[in-house]
Design a protein around this ligand. Structure first.
Ligand code: TRP
Ligand code: ZN
Length: 867
């Protein structure tokens, strides 16, 4: 029997959730590994918990070789059933199911289930990949203990790994060997993992708070062992932090990380055996940038933190995904804020939230943090579930305070350890810990759309009274209208005329649609600072003059609000400049003052000097009711950057010199901040004058680390410097064997502005260094072109859209997950001018008409078209 893939577009609904009819008491898996014909023998002890007589198991692309019930052949009693099989009754209340399936890892290009990456066997089971390995109740509320035996060739697979602890290993005849693993912690199937290949490990140890020794191993391909030190260091710091901040201690004697080159996402938290995209493990000063180090640190932390928030306490069903993801993102953000600069971390997190989640929430793919319906669950690993999910927890933290929050999480771990839970369980622990009713707060999980908070202040000079009226409005989103008011924690502060703080940060708790707050006995008319620390994930709408923005940029005592003032100021200016106005001197002067401030963190300066991005402006223009012409946006933003680079040339030059970091490269936040500011100065100078280009040439020549080398190359290429082609070629000569560095080389060219880019990108798709079947490579070239090259992608002849659609259609046959994710580049198509909308609609329709388009891509494209 063979279950074929029948792309089924029927939605799954939260309202239809039913507990499993059979529980699994124990499972054992025996893998006989071979690239194109792997045999999996599965033994499952089932016990009836519901009243169903038949047993339904999930399965996809499996060949069933044999099946038995309590040792008796059961092939005759099996029928195919949707995505799997049904074993017909009558069945006893408890029985042992045994089956053997054959699978073909070599031809598995979806990178889901068991597949091969550069000769190495590896698995990816979240969300529903385990069913591509064997027949199983592949749902997160079925948790059990796993025993795994792996058999493989010694020569090609000297290392054999699975979850838990190694209990036996040895040689077999015919050049084969085996390893047996036992995981004592009950887990759902999506956390199962297996790795087999020619690997080496970088090792370390960690002693837990209660004094247990844990062996740490980072497995990589031979030759990469020198690039694991930072990952190991980040892991140890994460383990310590989780003990201190949440009282969570690691629970096995071994913790393993494996780096693989072909991976659909960032990383995966499989119990005791995390599997990572090699991009988020491997680092050396020569090959990784400061940003890469930062991402490695936060993703290592994220996956490690899942051990408690995700693995020991998991999700009842996939609608509850934010239960583990929103919480774990919030935890990794807290960790990074404590390990580095809190202000810088917050600004970066908000920038990311705005560029990805606000965009999603304002378009056809908008959905609540906890969706109520999906067609393909892989399409719901979104910015909304992850990033907005984290913001919701941050608001809870703000509303109840850190002590009550810790009381709540302690109760969560105590009450729900070993369970598969819901958002209701999560909210209840905080209600019980604080005695507070969080019913209305729960709306944040159910209502999609970014709330807009309109603010109006009034000053009564004679009494020294300031009244602030807030009104919240939640926009309609697909399938949702007429929404109730949220609980909005709005942190505000006030500054006096000389910049002194006259009202320290105060959290206003909004619960109604309209609410007025009164502040009395104020010594002078205040300058209001709002949404400090970005206390709520909302859009604030309020009339603010340029003068007030400049004042806040100079004086706000809340670093986030200070940065935000500068951002809003730049956006206001950009709107006018895009409309044809000149760049005002006041703006460049305000940034000049900031640059001159001696005590300010260079990382903050680097961010404040960053002019708004094209996508940010497109969102803003559309929000104001206009359609976007990306060419006009590009011209306007360029004019702003050139004005900065010209009028501040002297101070940018001296800052550049003073930010030089001497000695050998270290990835610490302090030196990274200096490099960030130096590179910001370089980019502004290079765009404005030949002197800047000469500086970039010099930096490219002298750089001994990727953080300095790559921006210099970007400055040359993006400004079409005479030496750009030669520099690109040299860079390629040095790095052509390193696919992670080649990703940077591809991305840099794909994002280059200028009319020739599409032709260049098309040529690169035929370059020997480009492997389109590798997700990192594909994203770096095709994805970056669509997401980060607005003038090329949105060219009015439609060639950019056509190129992108062609490649999506091509990749969909191999890898639906990555294709669907990337198709989201079209999600904000309604922002653009009519001619562009017509062209995009035609391309999306062309994709939708592909006969055997995957369920993943079909869902995304059809939702976008329905807008
Ligand atoms: N759970 C993983 C995380 O957040 C992400 C994940 C979900 C994933 N599905 C995946 C990773 C598929 C790789 C492939 O860390
Ligand atoms: Zn996660």
């Amino acid at each position: 029997m063979r279950t074929e893939d029948a792309p089924d577009q029927t939605p799954t609904r939260l309202a239809d959730y039913r507990p499993p009819a059979w529980e699994v008491e124990r499972v054992s898996l025996v893998f006989d590994l071979a690239p194109s014909a792997t045999r999996v023998r599965t033994t499952i002890r089932f016990r009836r918990t519901g009243d169903a007589d038949e047993l339904v198991l999930d399965g996809r692309k499996l060949t069933l070789v044999s099946a038995e019930v309590d040792g008796t052949d059961a092939m005759e009693r099996i029928e195919t059933h949707r995505e799997g099989l049904a074993l017909k009754g009558p069945l006893p209340d408890a029985f042992t199911w045994t089956c053997e399936t054959e699978i073909d890892p070599e031809s598995n290009t979806e990178l889901e289930g068991l597949y091969l990456s550069k000769g190495m066997f590896c698995t990816q089971c979240e969300a529903e990949g385990f069913r591509k390995i064997t027949y199983y109740p592949d749902r997160p509320d079925v948790m059990t203990i796993y025993d795994v035996r792996i058999e493989a060739d010694v020569a090609t697979c000297p290392v054999l790994l699975s979850n838990g602890n190694l209990v036996a290993s040895g040689d077999l005849p015919g050049g084969r060997h085996f390893a047996e693993w036992h995981d004592p912690h009950p887990k759902p199937s999506y956390l199962f993992a297996l790795v087999a290949g020619d690997l080496v490990s970088a090792d370390d140890r960690f002693r837990t708070a209660s004094g247990r020794d844990v062996e740490l191993k980072v497995y990589v391909r031979p030759g990469d062992e020198g690039k694991c030190a930072y990952a190991l260091d980040a892991l140890k710091r994460s383990m310590r932090w989780d003990e201190d901040a949440y009282g969570c201690e690691y629970d096995l004697d071994l913790f393993m990380i494996v780096a693989v080159d072909d991976f659909n996402m960032g990383a995966m938290e499989n119990k005791g055996l995390n599997i990572f995209n090699s991009k988020y493990v491997l680092a050396s000063p020569e090959t990784a940038t400061d940003r890469d180090y930062e991402l490695i640190e936060s993703i290592i932390a994220h996956e490690y933190f899942h051990n408690w928030t995700g693995n020991r306490i998991t999700c009842r069903d996939w609608f509850q995904l934010c239960l583990k993801e929103g919480l774990t993102v919030f935890r990794d953000q807290q960790f990074s804020a404590e390990e580095r600069s809190e202000a810088v971390q917050r600004i970066q997190d908000v920038q990311q939230l705005r560029s990805r989640q606000f965009r999603e929430d304002a378009g056809p793919l908008a959905h609540p943090v906890r969706p109520e319906e999906y067609i393909e669950i892989n399409n719901f690993y979104t910015a909304t579930v992850y990033e907005k999910g984290a913001e919701v927890i941050r608001m809870l933290h703000t509303l109840i305070g850190p002590e009550a929050y810790r009381k709540g999480t302690d109760l969560y771990f105590e009450r729900h350890d070993g369970q598969a839970c819901t958002i209701e369980d999560w909210i209840k622990v905080f209600e019980d810990a604080t005695g507070r009713d969080l019913g209305q707060f729960g709306l944040w999980y159910r209502q999609a759309g970014t709330p807009r908070v309109h603010m109006q202040g009034e000053w009564e000079e004679v009494d020294g009274v300031y009244t602030l009226t807030l009104r919240q409005e939640i926009p309609e989103t697909p399938g949702q209208s007429n929404k109730g008011p949220h609980v909005v924690p709005m942190a505000v502060g006030m500054l006096g005329p000389d910049g002194e703080e006259i009202l320290p940060t105060t959290v206003l708790e909004m619960t109604k649609e309209t609410q007025t707050f009164r502040f009395s006995s104020l010594p002078a008319e205040p300058v209001l600072s709002v949404n400090r620390g970005f206390s709520a994930p909302v859009l604030v709408e309020r009339e603010v003059s340029d003068k007030e923005r400049a004042f806040l940029l100079a004086h706000d005592t809340d670093p986030f609000a200070r940065w935000e003032a500068g951002r809003a100021y730049a956006i206001d200016i950009a709107l006018r400049v895009i409309g044809g106005a000149p760049v005002p001197d006041d703006w460049t002067a305000a940034l000049g003052n900031l640059l001159a401030e001696e005590t300010l963190d260079p990382a903050f300066k680097a961010m404040a000097l960053d002019a708004p991005g094209a996508d940010e402006m497109a969102a803003e223009i559309h929000r104001r009711g206009d359609l976007v012409d990306p060419d006009a946006v590009d011209r306007g933003l360029r004019a702003m950057r050139v004005a900065l680079g010209t009028s501040l040339a002297d101070s940018l030059g001296t800052t550049y010199q003073s930010m030089a970091v001497a000695g050998t490269y270290t990835p610490d936040a302090e030196s990274a901040a200096k490099r960030a500011l130096a590179n910001r100065c370089l980019m502004l100078l290079a765009e404005a004058s030949p002197v800047g280009i000469a500086l970039a040439e010099q930096q490219f020549e002298r750089a001994d680390n990727m953080t300095m080398s790559l921006p210099a190359l970007r400055a040359l290429v993006h400004n079409e410097a005479p030496g750009a082609e030669a520099a690109l070629a040299r860079f390629h000569d040095v790095w052509h064997g390193d696919s992670l560095v080649i990703d940077k080389w591809l991305a840099l060219q794909a994002s280059a502005p200028g009319t020739g880019t599409l032709a260049g990108v098309e040529a690169l798709t035929g370059h020997p260094s480009f492997d389109w079947t590798n997700p990192n490579n594909f994203r770096s070239l095709v994805g970056v072109f669509a997401m980060a090259n607005p003038t090329g992608f949105h060219a009015t002849d439609g060639a950019g859209y056509r190129f992108f659609a062609d490649w999506l259609i091509r990749l969909d046959k191999l890898n639906p997950q990555t294709t669907a994710r990337m198709a989201g580049a079209f999600e904000s198509w309604k922002r653009y001018t009519d001619d562009r909308q017509t062209l995009i609609r035609a391309e999306m329709t062309r994709i939708a008409e592909v006969p055997d388009l995957s369920r993943n891509t079909r869902e995304i494209v059809e939702r976008m078209l329905a807008a």
